[in-house]
Design a protein around this ligand. Structure first.
Ligand code: NAD
Length: 477
């Protein structure tokens, strides 16, 4: 639809809404995993997107069509969007404020060490919008939709009042909504383009409709039932409830994996049988080295800490977090049960918190690498297929004579006495025992992702230790 630029903005908006044609001009604030993927997703649906980020290097990358993060399909979609003139990156919100109607806030909401959510980025966006309203009092009705994961009350009692400092009134001059994001890194673009559901909470129906008008681009006509309309606080809690539940499933199966090791049982068979129950489902039932990434750890901690501060005692969330920390330590324990780490050269395969992403935030490698060094490993030789992941980890654990980063798996394992697999990359799943023949002495592999085939290693001199399995039948009740 071509919009005449002489038509006043407010009328353009009403015209667009009345046609219900998802042509609302959209602004995404925060060009990280969520913001970038949304921009690429909306552009793939022929919608124009202004992408704003305070990081000028990120914006320069985007405008060149280069993707600053590692996500399948994202670079191509971004390049297409930029080439077709649908995605424009900006470092200053003011430049695109007047021309945009719906603003999606996709900035980071990190946790401090005590687990409290840090809302500095959300506050700074609210202040930028307030200042834009002050500078452009005639810019027309806007809707601000929070996509960042925020604790209940953030949207209506932190963001909204700051914007109202501009003199504009929520519900009259601007709308406020909250639409939590459920994408998974590693399949982020696909998840946005094919959502299981879209949740939109708003302070009023007008806010909800404006957000729906954009996000419905991702729903086929037959999928309209996947759109859940609610209030802002419910939308905020849905996200935390969902992530806490999935994290609980992971910690649960990890605790069962410890029982499996104790009893001499294979956890895969237990998980398979459990997962066949339609009330349970097989998803998130893979035992492993504990959850990481930018969402589960911080979201469970933030919910726990918000509850604790308010006088609740969230016992289950505390246990989920404790089990997770213990599971990270357990990866090293598995190696220690079979080898003395002091003086040992150890290859670490996998830095990304999961396969198909370059994201290493809260990845288990961040516990395992310093753990190995503290235990006196003579060398820690690190590999990840993602160069992005390697660069990220290098920033926190700079290479030296004991810690080295390698471009190939072969280089990392050559001469190592042990190898720990931390990420379920396909490259590691395909490894054959013959590829470990360059290891030194009497080598040991700790497979914390359970991706290697025990049978294939039976006749080799390599000892394969798989998390969640044990040969021992010593336990007696
Ligand atoms: N990454 C995920 O898998 C995922 C999934 C669902 C929800 N979320 C949630 O979405 C939010 C964003 O996550 P992310 O992983 O994309 O974060 P991110 O750290 O990758 O990106 C945040 C971006 O916001 C930018 N930024 C910070 N302050 C800004 C400001 N004032 N104005 C403009 N830009 C600003 C940063 O420069 C950065 O590029 C978080 O709340 C997260 O919990 C993330």
């Amino acid at each position: 639809m071509k919009v005449d630029s002489d038509v006043p903005h407010r009328i353009v908006f009403l015209y667009r809404c009345s046609l219900n044609d998802a042509m609302t001009s959209t602004c995404i604030i925060g060009a990280g995993y969520v913001g970038l993927t949304y921009a690429a997703g909306l552009a793939s649906k022929n919608l124009k997107v202004n992408l704003v980020d305070v990081n000028t290097a990120t914006i320069a990358c985007i405008n060149k069509g280069t993707c600053p993060i590692d996500e399948p399909g994202l670079e191509k979609a971004l390049k297409d969007g930029v080439k077709r003139g649908l995605i424009h990156g900006h470092a200053i919100l003011d430049l695109v404020f007047a021309e945009s109607d719906v603003f999606f806030v996709c900035v980071g909401t990190y946790c401090d060490d005590a687990g409290n959510i840090n809302l500095a980025q959300v506050r700074s966006v609210a202040q930028a919008i307030r200042d834009c309203f002050k500078m452009h009092p005639d810019a027309g009705y806007k809707v601000i939709c929070v996509k960042s994961t925020v604790i209940c009350g953030t949207t209506d009692s932190v963001l909204l009042p700051v914007i109202e400092e501009s003199g504009m009134k929520a519900g009259k001059d601007f709308g406020v909504a909250m639409s939590p994001e459920f994408l998974k890194e590693g399949s982020a673009l696909d998840d946005i383009l094919n959502p299981d559901k879209i949740v939109v909470g708003g302070i009023d129906q007008r806010s909800i409709d404006a957000v729906k008008n954009v996000l419905k681009a991702f729903l086929k006509d037959s999928d309209q039932h996947k759109l859940i309309e609610t209030d802002v606080r419910t939308a905020e809690l849905i996200k935390y409830a969902q992530n806490s539940f999935l994290a609980t499933k992971i910690s649960f199966i990890n605790e069962m994996a410890r029982f499996a090791e104790l009893f001499g049982v294979n956890i895969s068979m237990v998980a398979k049988a459990m997962g066949m129950d339609s009330r349970i489902s097989p998803k998130f039932l893979n035992a492993g080295p504990g959850f990481g990434g930018s969402c589960f750890p911080k979201d469970v901690k933030a919910l726990y800490s918000a509850g604790k501060k308010a006088g609740l005692d969230p016992l289950l969330l505390k246990a989920v977090l404790d089990v997770n920390e213990r599971q990270k330590r357990h990866v090293l324990e598995l190696l220690q049960q079979h080898r003395q780490v002091k003086g040992l050269a150890v290859a670490v395969l996998g830095l990304a918190f999961k396969a198909n992403t370059g994201d290493t935030r809260e990845s288990v490698c961040r516990a395992v690498i310093p753990g190995l060094l503290a235990l006196g490993a003579s060398r820690v030789k690190v590999h990840d297929p993602s160069a992005f992941a390697r660069e990220e980890v290098k920033k926190d654990f700079p290479p030296d004579e004991r810690l080295t980063y390698h471009d190939t798996i072969a280089e990392a394992i050559k001469g190592s006495g042990a190898c720990i697999i931390l990420t379920e990359w396909d490259e590691y799943k395909r490894l054959k025992f013959s590829e470990f023949t360059t290891m030194a002495g009497n080598p040991c592999i700790v497979d914390s992702r359970r991706i290697l085939d025990r049978k294939a290693f039976e006749k080799s001199k390599v000892q394969l230790v798989i998390l969640g399995e044990s040969e021992s039948r010593d336990f007696k009740p």
